[in-house]
Design a protein around this ligand. Structure first.
Ligand code: NI
Length: 157
């Protein structure tokens, strides 16, 4: 495994739509392993492949409950609404945003071998999924935030 360089805003790759993965081979497995290592090293709670310069529909998430890998993720159900906690992004350091997200989602996708997987997520995990899946569509949290602010302003919100 190796740590990859995280693409920083405003690199135009972050605004591009990632492509569906069709080959579940060793290169994908290496990408997933490297993405997890890069996320933990940062440290962060999620990373999408475009953030390491790869325009493929691949994400990793770990909000402290274990590593989740998903290929070709798609949200198929959404309910409720949440506005906090504020969101940040490894590609946009030193900025947070208030983003309105669904409180509960159902996500379908594939594992690293191409097997179909389905997950339900709520709260912070649902927020992480929505943030990372936005990345796969070239959408950044600053594009959808109702308000952005510097981390040092958090206590005043
Ligand atoms: Ni991000």
């Amino acid at each position: 495994m190796s740590i990859r360089k995280i693409v920083q805003y405003p690199d135009p790759i972050l605004k591009k739509k990632a492509k569906t993965v069709t080959k579940f081979h060793a290169r994908l497995h290496k990408l997933l392993d490297d993405m997890a290592e890069t996320m933990y090293d940062a440290p962060g709670v999620g990373l999408a492949a475009p953030q390491v310069g790869i325009l493929k529909r691949v994400l990793v998430i770990d909000i402290g409950e274990g590593l989740i890998e998903m290929v070709n993720p798609e949200i198929v159900e959404k309910s409720g609404e949440q506005l906090s906690p504020p969101e940040g992004c490894l590609s946009i350091p030193n900025l947070l945003g208030e983003v309105r997200r669904a409180q509960k989602i159902k996500v379908v996708g594939q594992d690293r071998y191409g097997n179909p997987i389905e997950m339900e997520a709520e709260g912070y995990l649902a927020r992480a999924f929505q943030h990372e899946i936005d990345h796969l569509n070239g959408i950044l949290f600053i594009d959808v935030a109702e308000r952005t602010f510097r981390p040092e302003e958090v206590d005043q919100t």
